[in-house]
Design a binder for this molecule. Sequence first.
Ligand SMILES: Cc1ncc(COP(=O)(O)O)c(C=O)c1O
Length: 300
Amino acid sequence: MLFQGDGYFLNVNVSKRGEILNNCECGAFKFRGACNAVFSLDNDEAAKGVVTHSSGNHAAALSLAAKLRGIPAYIVIPNGAPKCKVENVMRYGGQVIWSEATMQSRESVASKVLQETGAVLVHPYNDGRIISGQGTISLEFLEQAPQIDTLIVPISGGGLISGVALAAKSINPAIRVLAAEPRGADDAARSKAAGRIITLPETNTVADGLRAFLGDFTWPIVRDLVEDIITVEDNEIIEAMKLCYEILKVAVEPSGAIGLAAVLSDSFKNNPALKNCSNIGIILSGGNVDLGRLWDSYRK
Ligand SMILES: Cc1ncc(COP(=O)(O)O)c(C=O)c1O
């Protein structure tokens, strides 16, 4: 399946679409991209397995996709990653290789694994196969709610929003795509303002899935197709997460609840440019909450 929008292409492995759409087991949208990437490999490429560096949902998703294809997944995980996410990787048979928390260490450990195994690198977001898989969200969302005029999407490395924007705009070119980002990791908002990729020396947010920076593949899509980036504080994210539990009865992790936090924020409500958003679709992107940490916070 091919979507075309302003010179960007999305390519989804149609034969596996049912599998992509039906398998929500690993608790985050990341399975869509991971599954599309793994099932796009030819048999020779696939035989040596896949490798990635990720602290979270992409790691678990790639492990599960590789398990379904019957190939190895080598997952480089930085020290300090949330326990529940590491456990998910192990549950799906991913082989964990530890690195230091810095991006430099993650990348150098991953490239060593690449050399040793000959596996295929599947980047968490800066990869066309990943972006295409994430785009299936728009297909389903707009199939079920064609009246949506605005989509609000969490942003980190930008793979999710790139796929969502490309697919949504190819279905409805007038649809507005907005990003939601934590104030403590607001590199995408700064990048939009500066007109080039900005990275930060450090990030500080409860949304552990939203600490990555845009890549050279996702940046032009974010620059051209994402209308605005709404930044929210951590307390707004936690409040939105609580609302999801209390009212929707849905387990949503902080990174997943940020779109709701953005819509409820004053910066959204008071922005005159966003006054005419009337049918808003919010992507709740993941539910892998570290319950151990949550219960500990109750005990304090
Ligand atoms: C739950 C959740 N939502 C959103 C994102 C952001 O995705 P992307 O890096 O493609 O922007 C992530 C990334 O890890 C995530 O885990």
